[in-house]
Design a protein around this ligand. Structure first.
Ligand code: AMP
Length: 421
Protein backbone atom coordinates (compact mmCIF):
# COMPACT_ATOMS: atom_id res chain seq x y z
CA UNK A 1 0.00 0.00 0.00
CA UNK A 2 1.24 3.48 -0.84
CA UNK A 3 1.76 5.90 2.06
CA UNK A 4 1.76 9.68 2.07
CA UNK A 5 5.11 9.79 3.83
CA UNK A 6 6.85 7.74 1.13
CA UNK A 7 5.13 9.45 -1.79
CA UNK A 8 6.95 12.27 -3.53
CA UNK A 9 4.41 14.79 -4.82
CA UNK A 10 6.97 16.88 -6.75
CA UNK A 11 5.38 17.97 -10.03
CA UNK A 12 2.23 15.95 -9.27
CA UNK A 13 -1.36 17.07 -8.98
CA UNK A 14 -3.13 15.47 -6.03
CA UNK A 15 -6.89 15.22 -5.63
CA UNK A 16 -7.33 15.41 -1.88
CA UNK A 17 -10.72 14.55 -0.39
CA UNK A 18 -11.02 16.35 2.93
CA UNK A 19 -13.85 16.85 5.38
CA UNK A 20 -14.25 20.63 5.50
CA UNK A 21 -17.83 20.32 6.67
CA UNK A 22 -17.29 23.09 9.20
CA UNK A 23 -19.99 24.92 11.17
CA UNK A 24 -20.71 28.45 9.91
CA UNK A 25 -22.63 31.23 11.68
CA UNK A 26 -25.33 33.32 9.98
CA UNK A 27 -22.63 35.59 8.49
CA UNK A 28 -20.75 32.58 7.14
CA UNK A 29 -17.94 32.87 9.66
CA UNK A 30 -16.38 29.54 10.58
CA UNK A 31 -17.20 28.88 14.22
CA UNK A 32 -14.96 25.81 14.62
CA UNK A 33 -12.12 25.10 12.18
CA UNK A 34 -10.93 21.85 13.82
CA UNK A 35 -11.67 19.85 10.67
CA UNK A 36 -9.68 22.23 8.50
CA UNK A 37 -6.71 22.18 10.85
CA UNK A 38 -6.85 18.39 10.95
CA UNK A 39 -6.11 18.21 7.21
CA UNK A 40 -3.21 20.67 7.27
CA UNK A 41 -0.36 18.15 7.74
CA UNK A 42 -1.45 16.35 4.56
CA UNK A 43 -1.92 19.52 2.52
CA UNK A 44 1.36 21.01 3.72
CA UNK A 45 3.34 17.86 2.94
CA UNK A 46 2.08 17.92 -0.66
CA UNK A 47 2.98 21.58 -1.09
CA UNK A 48 6.38 21.12 0.59
CA UNK A 49 7.18 18.32 -1.85
CA UNK A 50 6.41 20.64 -4.77
CA UNK A 51 3.04 19.22 -5.67
CA UNK A 52 -0.25 20.98 -6.35
CA UNK A 53 -3.61 20.24 -4.78
CA UNK A 54 -7.19 19.95 -5.95
CA UNK A 55 -9.33 19.91 -2.81
CA UNK A 56 -12.72 18.24 -2.81
CA UNK A 57 -15.13 18.42 0.11
CA UNK A 58 -18.77 18.58 1.03
CA UNK A 59 -20.37 21.19 3.28
CA UNK A 60 -23.69 20.47 4.94
CA UNK A 61 -26.46 18.50 3.30
CA UNK A 62 -27.48 20.52 0.24
CA UNK A 63 -30.16 19.13 -2.04
CA UNK A 64 -28.72 21.02 -5.02
CA UNK A 65 -26.80 24.28 -5.52
CA UNK A 66 -27.30 26.58 -2.51
CA UNK A 67 -25.25 29.65 -1.62
CA UNK A 68 -25.40 28.87 2.09
CA UNK A 69 -23.55 25.60 1.49
CA UNK A 70 -20.92 27.11 -0.83
CA UNK A 71 -17.32 26.34 -0.01
CA UNK A 72 -16.45 29.87 -1.15
CA UNK A 73 -17.12 30.85 2.47
CA UNK A 74 -13.98 29.07 3.60
CA UNK A 75 -11.51 30.25 0.91
CA UNK A 76 -10.11 33.10 2.97
CA UNK A 77 -9.54 31.05 6.10
CA UNK A 78 -8.06 28.15 4.17
CA UNK A 79 -5.65 30.55 2.43
CA UNK A 80 -4.57 31.87 5.82
CA UNK A 81 -4.09 28.40 7.28
CA UNK A 82 -2.02 27.24 4.30
CA UNK A 83 -0.17 30.51 3.68
CA UNK A 84 -1.13 30.16 0.00
CA UNK A 85 -3.73 32.09 -2.01
CA UNK A 86 -6.29 29.36 -2.60
CA UNK A 87 -7.99 29.36 -6.02
CA UNK A 88 -11.66 28.43 -6.31
CA UNK A 89 -13.73 26.68 -8.98
CA UNK A 90 -17.39 27.71 -8.80
CA UNK A 91 -18.42 24.25 -9.85
CA UNK A 92 -16.67 20.97 -9.12
CA UNK A 93 -17.59 19.79 -12.62
CA UNK A 94 -17.52 21.61 -15.93
CA UNK A 95 -15.09 23.78 -17.84
CA UNK A 96 -13.93 26.05 -15.05
CA UNK A 97 -12.81 23.25 -12.76
CA UNK A 98 -11.09 21.36 -15.58
CA UNK A 99 -9.26 24.45 -16.90
CA UNK A 100 -8.16 25.61 -13.45
CA UNK A 101 -7.03 22.11 -12.47
CA UNK A 102 -5.05 21.75 -15.70
CA UNK A 103 -3.31 25.10 -15.16
CA UNK A 104 -2.27 24.39 -11.56
CA UNK A 105 1.42 24.90 -10.92
CA UNK A 106 3.52 23.29 -8.15
CA UNK A 107 2.68 24.90 -4.82
CA UNK A 108 -0.81 25.99 -5.95
CA UNK A 109 -4.12 24.96 -4.44
CA UNK A 110 -7.53 24.75 -6.09
CA UNK A 111 -10.65 24.34 -3.95
CA UNK A 112 -13.60 22.83 -5.78
CA UNK A 113 -17.17 23.88 -5.04
CA UNK A 114 -19.25 21.63 -2.76
CA UNK A 115 -19.27 18.12 -4.22
CA UNK A 116 -22.76 17.51 -2.84
CA UNK A 117 -24.23 20.18 -5.12
CA UNK A 118 -24.41 17.16 -7.42
CA UNK A 119 -26.60 14.17 -6.59
CA UNK A 120 -23.87 12.07 -8.20
CA UNK A 121 -21.53 12.59 -5.24
CA UNK A 122 -23.78 10.56 -2.96
CA UNK A 123 -25.32 8.56 -5.80
CA UNK A 124 -28.80 9.12 -4.43
CA UNK A 125 -31.63 10.44 -6.62
CA UNK A 126 -33.02 13.87 -5.79
CA UNK A 127 -36.28 15.62 -6.43
CA UNK A 128 -38.40 12.48 -6.55
CA UNK A 129 -42.09 13.15 -6.03
CA UNK A 130 -43.31 11.95 -2.65
CA UNK A 131 -45.80 9.66 -4.32
CA UNK A 132 -43.23 8.21 -6.74
CA UNK A 133 -43.82 4.55 -7.50
CA UNK A 134 -41.23 1.89 -6.73
CA UNK A 135 -40.53 1.68 -10.45
CA UNK A 136 -39.91 5.41 -10.69
CA UNK A 137 -37.65 5.25 -7.66
CA UNK A 138 -35.67 2.37 -9.15
CA UNK A 139 -35.33 4.17 -12.49
CA UNK A 140 -34.13 7.36 -10.79
CA UNK A 141 -31.61 5.38 -8.75
CA UNK A 142 -30.32 3.64 -11.84
CA UNK A 143 -29.98 6.97 -13.67
CA UNK A 144 -27.99 8.63 -10.91
CA UNK A 145 -25.72 5.59 -10.56
CA UNK A 146 -25.07 5.78 -14.31
CA UNK A 147 -24.22 9.48 -14.29
CA UNK A 148 -22.19 8.95 -11.11
CA UNK A 149 -19.62 7.04 -13.17
CA UNK A 150 -19.02 10.05 -15.45
CA UNK A 151 -18.93 12.38 -12.44
CA UNK A 152 -16.34 10.26 -10.66
CA UNK A 153 -14.22 9.83 -13.77
CA UNK A 154 -14.21 13.58 -14.32
CA UNK A 155 -13.07 14.28 -10.75
CA UNK A 156 -10.30 11.71 -11.15
CA UNK A 157 -9.19 13.25 -14.45
CA UNK A 158 -8.04 16.43 -12.68
CA UNK A 159 -5.19 14.72 -10.86
CA UNK A 160 -2.25 12.30 -11.00
CA UNK A 161 -2.84 10.84 -7.56
CA UNK A 162 -5.61 10.53 -4.96
CA UNK A 163 -5.36 11.18 -1.24
CA UNK A 164 -8.26 10.48 1.10
CA UNK A 165 -8.02 12.45 4.33
CA UNK A 166 -11.76 12.57 5.09
CA UNK A 167 -12.30 10.04 7.87
CA UNK A 168 -15.63 11.70 8.72
CA UNK A 169 -17.09 10.38 5.45
CA UNK A 170 -15.13 7.12 5.25
CA UNK A 171 -18.31 5.15 5.98
CA UNK A 172 -19.92 6.46 2.81
CA UNK A 173 -19.38 4.87 -0.61
CA UNK A 174 -19.56 8.24 -2.33
CA UNK A 175 -17.91 9.29 -5.59
CA UNK A 176 -15.07 11.29 -4.04
CA UNK A 177 -14.61 9.20 -0.89
CA UNK A 178 -14.43 5.73 -2.38
CA UNK A 179 -15.44 5.24 -6.02
CA UNK A 180 -12.78 7.61 -7.37
CA UNK A 181 -9.99 5.40 -6.03
CA UNK A 182 -10.43 2.88 -8.80
CA UNK A 183 -9.19 5.41 -11.35
CA UNK A 184 -5.77 5.45 -9.70
CA UNK A 185 -3.36 2.53 -9.53
CA UNK A 186 -2.20 1.26 -6.15
CA UNK A 187 0.96 3.37 -6.15
CA UNK A 188 -0.98 6.57 -6.72
CA UNK A 189 -3.64 6.40 -4.04
CA UNK A 190 -3.17 6.69 -0.32
CA UNK A 191 -4.57 7.86 3.00
CA UNK A 192 -3.71 11.35 4.22
CA UNK A 193 -2.07 11.74 7.64
CA UNK A 194 -5.37 12.26 9.47
CA UNK A 195 -6.95 9.20 7.91
CA UNK A 196 -3.81 7.17 8.70
CA UNK A 197 -4.02 8.18 12.38
CA UNK A 198 -7.71 7.33 12.57
CA UNK A 199 -7.23 3.95 10.92
CA UNK A 200 -4.34 3.15 13.28
CA UNK A 201 -6.37 4.19 16.34
CA UNK A 202 -9.28 1.97 15.35
CA UNK A 203 -6.87 -0.87 14.70
CA UNK A 204 -5.51 -0.56 18.23
CA UNK A 205 -8.92 -1.12 19.78
CA UNK A 206 -10.12 -3.79 17.38
CA UNK A 207 -7.10 -5.83 16.35
CA UNK A 208 -3.90 -4.83 18.09
CA UNK A 209 -5.38 -4.95 21.61
CA UNK A 210 -3.18 -4.62 24.71
CA UNK A 211 -4.95 -6.08 27.73
CA UNK A 212 -6.86 -5.43 29.83
CA UNK A 213 -9.24 -3.69 27.43
CA UNK A 214 -12.02 -1.54 28.91
CA UNK A 215 -14.75 -0.10 26.71
CA UNK A 216 -17.16 2.49 28.03
CA UNK A 217 -20.39 2.93 26.11
CA UNK A 218 -22.81 5.57 27.25
CA UNK A 219 -25.39 7.90 25.80
CA UNK A 220 -29.11 7.80 25.68
CA UNK A 221 -30.11 4.60 23.93
CA UNK A 222 -28.97 1.01 23.81
CA UNK A 223 -30.70 0.56 20.43
CA UNK A 224 -28.24 2.84 18.64
CA UNK A 225 -25.21 1.16 20.21
CA UNK A 226 -26.18 -2.48 19.98
CA UNK A 227 -23.98 -3.27 16.95
CA UNK A 228 -20.98 -1.86 18.75
CA UNK A 229 -21.75 -3.59 22.04
CA UNK A 230 -22.02 -6.93 20.24
CA UNK A 231 -18.77 -6.48 18.34
CA UNK A 232 -16.92 -5.34 21.47
CA UNK A 233 -18.24 -8.22 23.54
CA UNK A 234 -15.81 -10.53 21.74
CA UNK A 235 -12.89 -8.25 22.41
CA UNK A 236 -13.12 -6.50 25.77
CA UNK A 237 -12.26 -7.54 29.32
CA UNK A 238 -14.42 -4.85 30.94
CA UNK A 239 -17.52 -3.29 29.43
CA UNK A 240 -19.09 -0.29 31.13
CA UNK A 241 -22.62 0.53 29.95
CA UNK A 242 -23.77 3.85 31.32
CA UNK A 243 -25.84 6.96 30.68
CA UNK A 244 -29.51 6.77 29.84
CA UNK A 245 -29.18 3.25 28.48
CA UNK A 246 -28.29 1.91 31.95
CA UNK A 247 -31.94 2.36 33.00
CA UNK A 248 -33.17 -0.02 30.33
CA UNK A 249 -30.89 -2.60 31.95
CA UNK A 250 -32.10 -1.68 35.45
CA UNK A 251 -35.75 -2.04 34.42
CA UNK A 252 -35.05 -5.30 32.57
CA UNK A 253 -33.69 -6.70 35.84
CA UNK A 254 -36.88 -5.79 37.66
CA UNK A 255 -35.79 -2.36 38.86
CA UNK A 256 -38.08 0.58 39.56
CA UNK A 257 -36.72 3.44 37.47
CA UNK A 258 -39.27 6.25 37.91
CA UNK A 259 -39.26 8.61 34.93
CA UNK A 260 -35.76 7.65 33.76
CA UNK A 261 -35.07 7.19 30.09
CA UNK A 262 -36.02 3.68 28.97
CA UNK A 263 -36.52 1.70 25.80
CA UNK A 264 -39.30 -0.66 26.74
CA UNK A 265 -38.91 -2.68 23.57
CA UNK A 266 -35.26 -3.40 24.42
CA UNK A 267 -35.69 -5.03 27.83
CA UNK A 268 -35.11 -8.54 26.49
CA UNK A 269 -32.14 -7.29 24.51
CA UNK A 270 -30.67 -5.91 27.74
CA UNK A 271 -31.09 -9.30 29.45
CA UNK A 272 -29.48 -11.01 26.44
CA UNK A 273 -26.48 -8.68 26.69
CA UNK A 274 -26.11 -9.49 30.39
CA UNK A 275 -26.19 -13.23 29.58
CA UNK A 276 -23.76 -12.87 26.72
CA UNK A 277 -21.28 -11.01 28.91
CA UNK A 278 -21.48 -13.80 31.48
CA UNK A 279 -20.96 -16.46 28.83
CA UNK A 280 -17.95 -14.66 27.41
CA UNK A 281 -16.39 -13.85 30.75
CA UNK A 282 -16.69 -10.10 30.18
CA UNK A 283 -16.86 -7.98 33.34
CA UNK A 284 -20.04 -6.01 32.63
CA UNK A 285 -20.31 -2.85 34.72
CA UNK A 286 -23.85 -1.49 34.83
CA UNK A 287 -23.58 0.57 38.00
CA UNK A 288 -25.70 0.41 41.13
CA UNK A 289 -26.69 3.95 42.07
CA UNK A 290 -27.55 7.20 40.34
CA UNK A 291 -28.16 10.88 40.84
CA UNK A 292 -31.91 11.21 40.45
CA UNK A 293 -33.61 14.52 39.70
CA UNK A 294 -37.21 15.68 40.07
CA UNK A 295 -37.12 17.36 36.64
CA UNK A 296 -34.95 17.42 33.54
CA UNK A 297 -33.11 20.62 34.43
CA UNK A 298 -29.79 21.67 35.90
CA UNK A 299 -31.51 23.29 38.90
CA UNK A 300 -33.63 20.23 39.69
CA UNK A 301 -33.71 18.85 43.23
CA UNK A 302 -31.50 15.79 43.39
CA UNK A 303 -30.92 12.72 45.50
CA UNK A 304 -28.59 9.75 45.31
CA UNK A 305 -30.54 6.52 45.03
CA UNK A 306 -30.28 2.88 44.11
CA UNK A 307 -30.61 2.71 40.33
CA UNK A 308 -33.22 -0.03 40.71
CA UNK A 309 -35.26 1.88 43.25
CA UNK A 310 -35.90 5.35 41.91
CA UNK A 311 -38.90 7.12 43.47
CA UNK A 312 -41.93 7.79 41.28
CA UNK A 313 -41.65 11.10 39.45
CA UNK A 314 -37.84 11.14 39.68
CA UNK A 315 -35.37 10.33 36.91
CA UNK A 316 -31.77 9.15 36.89
CA UNK A 317 -29.65 11.76 35.13
CA UNK A 318 -26.15 10.77 36.18
CA UNK A 319 -24.10 7.96 37.69
CA UNK A 320 -24.05 7.88 41.49
CA UNK A 321 -20.93 7.85 43.72
CA UNK A 322 -20.69 4.06 44.11
CA UNK A 323 -21.15 3.59 40.37
CA UNK A 324 -18.36 6.08 39.71
CA UNK A 325 -16.09 3.96 41.92
CA UNK A 326 -17.06 0.89 39.86
CA UNK A 327 -16.19 2.80 36.66
CA UNK A 328 -12.83 3.84 38.08
CA UNK A 329 -12.00 0.28 39.15
CA UNK A 330 -12.73 -1.05 35.65
CA UNK A 331 -10.67 1.67 33.98
CA UNK A 332 -7.69 1.65 36.37
CA UNK A 333 -4.92 -0.55 35.06
CA UNK A 334 -6.48 -0.93 31.60
CA UNK A 335 -4.02 -0.90 28.73
CA UNK A 336 -6.58 -0.23 26.00
CA UNK A 337 -9.58 2.07 26.52
CA UNK A 338 -12.40 3.07 24.22
CA UNK A 339 -14.98 5.63 25.29
CA UNK A 340 -18.14 6.52 23.40
CA UNK A 341 -21.09 8.27 24.99
CA UNK A 342 -21.52 10.16 28.29
CA UNK A 343 -22.50 8.64 31.63
CA UNK A 344 -25.11 11.30 32.29
CA UNK A 345 -26.64 14.50 31.01
CA UNK A 346 -23.19 16.11 30.93
CA UNK A 347 -24.51 19.21 29.15
CA UNK A 348 -25.93 20.24 32.55
CA UNK A 349 -23.09 20.86 35.02
CA UNK A 350 -24.92 19.18 37.89
CA UNK A 351 -25.12 15.91 35.94
CA UNK A 352 -21.63 15.89 34.44
CA UNK A 353 -19.90 14.26 37.43
CA UNK A 354 -20.15 10.66 36.23
CA UNK A 355 -18.68 11.51 32.85
CA UNK A 356 -15.98 13.58 34.57
CA UNK A 357 -15.06 10.60 36.76
CA UNK A 358 -14.68 8.50 33.62
CA UNK A 359 -12.55 11.15 31.92
CA UNK A 360 -10.31 11.43 34.97
CA UNK A 361 -9.86 7.67 35.25
CA UNK A 362 -9.02 7.48 31.54
CA UNK A 363 -6.48 10.30 31.89
CA UNK A 364 -4.89 8.50 34.83
CA UNK A 365 -4.68 5.18 32.96
CA UNK A 366 -3.30 6.95 29.90
CA UNK A 367 -0.57 8.45 32.07
CA UNK A 368 0.25 4.91 33.16
CA UNK A 369 0.70 3.84 29.53
CA UNK A 370 -2.77 2.88 28.29
CA UNK A 371 -3.90 3.68 24.76
CA UNK A 372 -7.17 5.60 25.03
CA UNK A 373 -9.45 6.37 22.12
CA UNK A 374 -12.36 8.76 22.59
CA UNK A 375 -14.84 9.24 19.82
CA UNK A 376 -18.27 9.35 18.38
CA UNK A 377 -19.95 12.65 19.11
CA UNK A 378 -20.83 13.44 22.68
CA UNK A 379 -17.86 11.93 24.47
CA UNK A 380 -15.65 14.27 22.45
CA UNK A 381 -17.80 17.21 23.56
CA UNK A 382 -17.47 15.85 27.11
CA UNK A 383 -13.69 15.62 27.13
CA UNK A 384 -13.49 19.08 25.61
CA UNK A 385 -15.90 20.48 28.20
CA UNK A 386 -13.61 19.15 30.94
CA UNK A 387 -10.55 20.61 29.18
CA UNK A 388 -8.90 17.18 29.18
CA UNK A 389 -8.41 16.58 25.45
CA UNK A 390 -4.64 16.54 25.85
CA UNK A 391 -4.76 13.84 28.53
CA UNK A 392 -5.99 11.00 26.31
CA UNK A 393 -4.19 9.20 23.50
CA UNK A 394 -6.48 9.96 20.58
CA UNK A 395 -9.71 11.80 19.91
CA UNK A 396 -11.39 10.66 16.73
CA UNK A 397 -12.68 13.27 14.30
CA UNK A 398 -15.21 10.88 12.81
CA UNK A 399 -18.55 10.41 14.54
CA UNK A 400 -20.58 8.01 12.42
CA UNK A 401 -17.47 6.65 10.69
CA UNK A 402 -15.84 5.73 14.00
CA UNK A 403 -19.00 4.07 15.27
CA UNK A 404 -19.34 1.97 12.12
CA UNK A 405 -15.67 1.03 12.29
CA UNK A 406 -15.98 -0.20 15.88
CA UNK A 407 -19.11 -2.06 14.93
CA UNK A 408 -16.70 -4.07 12.79
CA UNK A 409 -18.03 -2.80 9.47
CA UNK A 410 -15.71 -2.33 6.52
CA UNK A 411 -15.63 1.37 5.67
CA UNK A 412 -15.80 2.00 1.91
CA UNK A 413 -13.35 4.92 2.12
CA UNK A 414 -10.76 2.73 3.80
CA UNK A 415 -11.42 -0.34 1.68
CA UNK A 416 -11.03 1.69 -1.53
CA UNK A 417 -7.42 2.45 -0.64
CA UNK A 418 -6.42 -0.59 1.36
CA UNK A 419 -8.35 -3.13 -0.67
CA UNK A 420 -10.22 -4.61 2.37
CA UNK A 421 -12.86 -7.14 1.43
P1 AMP B 1 -26.16 9.45 22.32
O1 AMP B 1 -26.46 10.48 21.27
O2 AMP B 1 -27.03 8.24 22.27
O3 AMP B 1 -24.70 9.10 22.41
O4 AMP B 1 -26.54 10.11 23.70
C1 AMP B 1 -25.95 11.29 24.17
C2 AMP B 1 -26.94 12.01 25.02
O5 AMP B 1 -27.37 11.16 26.06
C3 AMP B 1 -26.40 13.25 25.68
O6 AMP B 1 -27.04 14.37 25.14
C4 AMP B 1 -26.77 13.06 27.16
O7 AMP B 1 -27.30 14.22 27.74
C5 AMP B 1 -27.80 11.98 27.11
N1 AMP B 1 -27.87 11.23 28.35
C6 AMP B 1 -26.89 10.61 29.02
N2 AMP B 1 -27.34 10.07 30.16
C7 AMP B 1 -28.65 10.34 30.23
C8 AMP B 1 -29.67 10.06 31.18
N3 AMP B 1 -29.42 9.39 32.28
N4 AMP B 1 -30.92 10.49 30.92
C9 AMP B 1 -31.18 11.19 29.78
N5 AMP B 1 -30.26 11.48 28.86
C10 AMP B 1 -29.01 11.07 29.08
Amino acid sequence: MQTIDKFNFAGKKAFVRVDFNVPLDENFNITDDTRMRAALPTLKKILADGGSIIIGSHLGRPKGVADKFSLKHIIKHLSELLGVEVQFANDCMGEEAAVKAAALQPGEVLLLENLRFYAEEEGKPRGLAEDATDEEKAAAKKAVKESQKEFTKKLASYADCYVNDAFGTAHRAHASTALIAKYFDTDNKMFGYLMEKEVKAVDKVLNDIQRPFTAIMGGSKVSTKIGIIENLMDKVDNLILCGGMAFTFAKAQGGKIGNSLVEDDKLQLALDIIEKAKAKGVNLVLGCDCIAADKFANDANTQVCDDKNIPDGWMGLDAGPKTREEFKAAIKGAKTILWNGPAGVFEMDNFAGGSKAIAEAIAEATKEGAFSLIGGGDSVACINKFGMADQVSYISTGGGALLEAIEGKILPGIAAIRGDK
